[in-house]
Each structure stands twice: as C-alpha cells, then as structure tokens.
Design a protein around this ligand. Sequence first.
Ligand code: AMP
Length: 217
Amino acid sequence: MKILIMGPPGAGKGTIAEMLQENFDVVHLSSGDILRDAIKENNPLGMKAKAFMEKGVLVPDEIIIEIMKEKINADAFVLDGFPRNLVQVKKLEDADIKIDIVLNLQVSEETVISRISGRRICAQCGKIYHLKNMPPKKEDICDVCNGKLYQREDDKPQTIKERLNTYREQTEELVKYYDEKNILENIDAGGNKETTYDKITGLEWLKKRKYKSKAGL
Ligand code: AMP
C-alpha cells in the first residue's frame, strides 16, 4: 500500500500520517522531518537545504531527491511532503514507485493560518501540540517526555504566507495530475484529527484492501 498525503501546510498531513502509521502497517515518510533531521545531524545536504526551508520556499530538486531516494525503500508507506512538484513526480515514476492512492486534505486558508501559528513541537520527542486546540498540560513543556516545546522557524507568521504561496504555485498542480490518473481522494480536513482520520478509514479503497492492520480495522 503506497499512499501519498497532500494538502497545504497546516492541513494535518503529518498528524494523519502518524495515525495511519500507528494503526496500519505503513511507514510515515515525511520529507520535512527528514530534512530537519539532516540539519540536526549536520548532514551536508541538510545544511544546503536549511536556508531555503527558513524562507519557506522549496529546497532545490537535486537536494531533496538525493535525500529521499535513500528513504523510500519500504513496500508500504505514507509519503508526506514529497513529491512537491512535477519534476519530483517524474523522479518517483522513473524509479518505478507507483502511488496507489493520493489523499488530498482540504482546509480553508483561515484554518491553516490558525493551525500553523499555534503549532508547537517538543524538541525532544517531536510530539505536536497546538496552543489552543491541543495545549500541553504545563506551558511550554511536553506532556510525554518533559522536553521543551518550540515553534518551527518556518511556522512564524512572515514565513507562513510564503509557504502557502509556494504550495499554490508549485504543488497544487499535482492534485490535478493525480485526479486525471483517477487515484485522488479529496478529504475535508477542516475538523478535528479524529473526524478526518475516520473519513479516510471509511474510504472504500481502504476498506477493500487486504493488508495486515494492527488495529484490526
Ligand atoms: P514541511 O515540513 O513538509 O512543511 O516542509 C518544510 C520545508 O522543507 C518546506 O517548506 C521546504 O522548504 C522543504 N521541503 C520539504 N519537502 C520538500 C520537497 N519535496 N521539495 C522541496 N522542498 C521540500
């Protein structure tokens, strides 16, 4: 099962992909997380990507492709954040990696801005919080591991707009591309994560698939 999850920044791709990984035998592959890990590890490709990420624009294709080609080796995955333009789509196809279904998470711009600006992340374990919708019990401290919460540099207001523009200008055309291939499912993701997740697990495509499910769904 090869799933691609799409949607603008703040649509909840990472959260939903984590829920799918928890309940089904799929690996969550987030290009953004992979890049952030590469930066933490002082990986030279990560260091080249850093300035682009901070500006909210796409990292050059040759860098992201080099990083992702090592990572996309599982039989069953949820790809999140890659591909982000048609050059990257072509790379996947050239490598004979065939996406079965594309989940397109749809949310209003207002929701996206509110979600991103309130997002906080644990520096230690990566758990995602939201100041209003999912606040930690203790201010700025992770409920799970007591790590300190931080705001992603590119979640700050000046960069959010740039990321949304980048999405509209370069990534949104993939929605049309996959729709024409008849593998696109539009999902209303404006509600809470459980509602969105239920819509996905209720899809006929997913119900018909016979694969090992940890949750017995
Ligand atoms: P994300 O966590 O998916 O919002 O990604 C954070 C940032 O990483 C983006 O704003 C881009 O700068 C960079 N990035 C992630 N995935 C890609 C990709 N497939 N192509 C180019 N840049 C990417």
